[in-house]
Design a protein around this ligand. Structure first.
Ligand code: PHE
Length: 444
């Protein structure tokens, strides 16, 4: 039975930018980018990363917005409307984003615990121990993850304008305010400035083939491309919204936030500590030595949590739209189905760090499996396919019309974007993908 509820949409251009920037800016920027950067040689890695953002990420984001906006449909129907028989590409995105939710919600739950623990001074002096005990525990991480998933759920059931748009309009300015405050504070300390110069000075000796794969994966992840999340937001853009213009704003905001997060984290002098624990172990340790450290620590984890939430709503929405538009469910029911799936996957991912850590595949627990499979296999693959779809499969005239209708930046950038989508993205991403897979298999 077809669903008769009216299709939602964003109220205006600013709302479109804020919501899409909310999707882009997430744990990828604040938690992942700094540690990936420090593992790959700092400044040199950042240069490669910026190249990937500009030449691969931006055109793919434009492509995804365009497919969504042109069809005003959920990811599966969107691809199938433009070219019959291509719905599977949308389905692959939906499956991937569901898998990402599985581990992303777990880390999001941690941010909640850390915000509360920072505010109540409960972390204590053993930072590594606190992290270890908490994340490998059974009930505590599950509890915080569930709270986070439910908060996310109620934003989704609030609708596109009443839920997603409203939440973005409150959360994004708050996120920027906290980020600026933290950045000013970090740069104010002389040790901070020194640590910073060290990190941003390019060291090309640390760059390997793997750095390219890491940079590309990070660029795709941080821009939320290929997963249907940006496609569904594009489908909610009002007529008259500039596709390339919006994408450029989103990419700029996302990049500024990633660089600022790196500044904040590295100026704390933690560049020698690496890995996923950087934000959760090294940062609280640094904050504890600062005047009013508890306040800064609380703000930092609140920032991380807000960024995570504005990203998870876009993931959830991409999947919910499928149940609503393709399966004819009400928004409430569709959202519950997605929420329950998220709870099941996230529970398994959380437990796989503790009680269930004995169950592994190719040496990886369920949490790492979700992370690695999506970022190493699915993200590049979806990037290649989306570029081919828009560059080669979509009828040239229709595609050109969609991308240039609003004139201005959209029209000016069109020839370059088309060239990047047709040639540069498929080729470059394929090369990096193949080498990445070979390397990955070798290291198993
Ligand atoms: N871009 C988000 C981040 O940087 C993650 C994300 C991936 C969001 C895929 C939506 C879809 O954290």
């Amino acid at each position: 039975m077809a669903n008769t509820e009216k299709r939602g949409g964003f109220g205006g251009k600013m709302a479109a930018i804020l919501a899409a920037a909310g999707s882009a800016i997430g744990l990828g920027n604040i938690w992942r980018f700094p540690y990936i950067t420090s593992e790959n040689g700092g400044g040199a890695f950042i240069l490669i990363y910026l190249g990937c953002i500009l030449f691969l990420g931006l055109p793919l984001l434009i492509a995804e917005f365009a497919v969504g906006h042109n069809t005003k449909k959920n990811p599966i129907d969107a691809f199938a409307t433009i070219k019959r028989g291509w719905g599977w590409l949308g389905a692959m995105g939906i499956i991937s984003v569901t898998l990402i939710m599985g581990y992303y919600f777990v880390i999001a739950g941690w941010t909640l615990n850390y915000t509360i623990a920072s505010a109540t001074n409960a972390i204590g002096g053993d930072f590594g121990g606190f992290f270890q005990t908490f994340t490998t525990g059974t009930w505590m991480p599950l509890l915080f993850t569930y709270i986070f998933i439910l908060a996310n759920h109620f934003i989704i059931t609030g609708g596109v304008q009443g839920g997603i748009e409203k939440a973005s309009k409150i959360m994004m300015p708050l996120l920027f305010a906290i980020l600026v405050a933290l950045a000013i504070y970090s740069l104010w300390m002389p040790e901070g400035r020194e640590a910073l110069t060290n990190v941003f000075t390019p060291d090309f000796s640390m760059v390997t083939g793997k750095s390219f794969l890491a940079a590309m994966g990070q660029a795709f992840f941080t821009l939320s491309v290929g997963m249907g999340a940006m496609l569904i937001y594009g489908s909610y853009f009002k007529d008259g919204t500039k596709i390339a213009g919006t994408a450029i704003s989103v990419v700029s905001l996302d990049t500024i936030v990633a660089l600022m997060a790196a500044v904040i984290i590295f100026s704390a002098g933690v560049e020698n500590e690496s890995g996923p624990q950087l934000a959760f172990v090294a940062m609280p340790k640094v904050f504890s030595t600062m005047p009013m450290g508890g306040v800064w620590s609380t703000l930092f984890f609140l920032l991380l949590g807000l960024a995570a939430l504005s990203s998870t709503i876009s993931m959830h929405e991409a999947v919910t739209s499928y149940f609503v538009e393709k399966r004819g469910m009400s928004r409430r029911k569709g959202a519950w189905v997605v929420t329950i799936v998220a709870i099941v996957l996230a529970s398994a991912a959380s437990l796989s760090l503790g009680d269930w850590s004995g169950y592994t595949l190719a040496g990886m627990n369920f949490f790492s499996l979700l992370d690695n499979f999506t970022s190493i296999v699915m993200l590049p693959l979806l990037g290649i396919l989306t570029a081919i779809f828009v560059g080669w499969i979509w009828k040239k005239e229709d595609m050109r019309k969609e991308l240039t209708a609003e004139g201005g930046v959209d029209k000016a950038t069109y020839p370059v974007i088309r060239f990047l989508l047709r040639y540069v993205c498929p080729l470059l991403v394929s090369v990096v993908f193949v080498f990445g897979i070979i390397d990955f298999i070798k290291n198993l």
